[in-house]
Write a new protein. Sequence first.
Length: 240
Amino acid sequence: MGFNPVTVNAITYIGTLAIFMVAMFVPGIKLPFPLVGCLVEWKAENFGENQNLQYFFLSLWSVHFLRRTIEVLFVHEYKRKMPLVESIGAPVYYWFFSFWNGVALRHDNGYHQTYLPMLVVGSLLFFTGSAGNCKCHLQLRDFRKQKRKSVLSEKSKHTLPYGFIFEYVSCPHYLFEILTWIGFLLTAWTLSSLLFLLATIATLVTYSYKKHGAYKQEFNGQDGRELYPRNRKALIPYIF
């Protein structure tokens, strides 16, 4: 018993983008500092109080969640139904943080941007993380296709990924996801973006640890299976 993961995830991501837009542009939505506003504000005369970056942040948010929607529809392969708790919890989680982030970045709520160099670095990290995350998802899709063609496909439920950052960690797509939201934090410096990043890290560290353990248990070198690379970590190369 469960729900179609493609439907649930597509609705979740489209809703996340829509709620962000509502929270950012619909008049009259107010919250006090520090729930809104920049925590590390730069009040420079040449790049200060008059700079309106709402469309910049909307572009970042849109790039990520439109891409995730496309991947859900055309790239990912789901092997199980989503249970009720997960089907409700995922949209609640994303929609809550989407609303909060949108409201926090409103200039009529007192938001002024952070230091320009930090905004530039954050933007580069965001797009690097987003591109890397997408590449990893495409690689995983290709690995699944290769597995289905392999004569050894019946010996294992999964494919052992190789190449790119997969040589160093089991879940590089999670690593790039975290990098994406580190970048967003550096561009925004709101309390909502900080807590969203921390929640993302906590979630993906847990997922990667479980996935890494499952890989090592499955690819144990027995019954024709490959032996999982001993130097490969769960999430962070050489560290974790």
